[in-house]
Design a protein around this ligand. Structure first.
Ligand code: CO8
Length: 259
């Protein structure tokens, strides 16, 4: 299927989602989120896709929500935009497969919020991150205040949001916002390496680990431990568990089938 604002390709068990509004630094509007929602639904159901990568172009991952689209809107338009962005981003965040944001250039506002929905953020040396919403008279509205403060130190997140601070990749790495910095021309190949490694992992165990981590963050430690225990024990009903443990005992490499 062809999309207007996104290029979507499936290659070697990886789903590549490339934001494609280059003239506007990939600014995000309702249409982008509607397309993203369709793509993520497709990816979730496609057993041939093991890992998802979201990326932009050299200059921008995405420079935020489309300000032109928002400038004259009222409360009801703001609710419509945030409603669809929340639906698509929650779907991305809950995807049962690993997700990687491959970031070059600007990841600002809604763009950074999108990256925060991924499991990993790998950035090129020219990447810049921030929530400039405060300088527009608003606050992050696509999960930024919630996801950033959960991922990194709360007072650093608060400072970034209060001051609309734009940070470079070294600072982003230092505060734990990204996992790795790579050379600009090596971004896609480095991300592909990680995606291939992830795609060779036992998919059911990956799905269980993701569920345990994500759901566990929203509950008490006690309830989180129960979530983890249930998922751990459920994996003993899979062929992959037998294969993984037998392969260890037989001193050979495991061949996981995702069953
Ligand atoms: N919206 C609309 N157009 C944009 C945006 C944007 N967010 N960012 C850049 N553009 C456009 C510019 O207007 C320009 O268009 P034109 O060529 O027609 O004048 C083109 O992209 C290129 O941009 P610049 O010429 O400004 O490029 P520079 O390299 O000089 O500057 C910057 C790059 C610093 C990134 C600058 O463009 C900028 O500050 N952009 C706005 C960043 C911003 O404020 N982002 C936050 C937006 S608000 C938000 O994200 C709220 C999220 C709410 C949740 C809703 C769901 C996501």
């Amino acid at each position: 299927m062809e999309y207007k604002n996104i290029i979507f390709e499936k290659k070697e068990q990886i789903g590549w989602i490339k934001l494609n509004r280059p003239k506007k630094l990939n600014a995000l509007n309702r249409e982008v989120f509607e397309e993203l929602d369709l793509i993520i639904t497709d990816v979730q159901e496609d057993n041939n896709i093991k890992v998802v990568v979201i990326t932009g172009n050299e200059k921008a991952f995405a420079a935020g929500a489309d300000i032109e689209h928002m400038v004259n809107g009222g409360i009801s338009e703001a609710f419509k935009l945030t409603d669809i962005s929340i639906v698509a981003q929650e779907k991305l965040s809950d995807l049962s497969k690993p997700t990687i944001a491959a970031i070059s250039g600007y990841a600002l506002g809604g763009g950074l919020e999108l990256a925060l929905c991924c499991d990993f953020r790998i950035a090129a040396e020219n990447a810049r991150f921030g929530f400039p919403e405060i300088s527009l008279g608003v606050i992050p509205g696509g999960g930024g205040t919630q996801r950033l403060a959960r991922l990194i130190n709360q007072s650093i997140a608060t400072k970034m949001i209060f001051l609309g601070e734009i940070i470079d990749c070294d600072k982003a790495l230092k505060i734990g916002l990204i996992e790795k910095i790579v050379k600009e021309n090596e971004l896609i190949s480095e991300v592909k390496k990680l995606a291939i490694t992830l795609s060779n992992m036992p998919v059911l165990a990956i799905r269980a680990a993701k569920k345990a981590i994500k759901n566990g963050l929203n509950v008490s430690l006690k309830d989180g431990l129960i979530i983890e225990q249930n998922l751990f024990c459920m994996l003993f009903g899979t062929e992959d568990q037998k294969e993984g443990m037998n392969a260890f005992i037989e001193k050979r490499k495991a061949k996981f089938l995702g069953r």
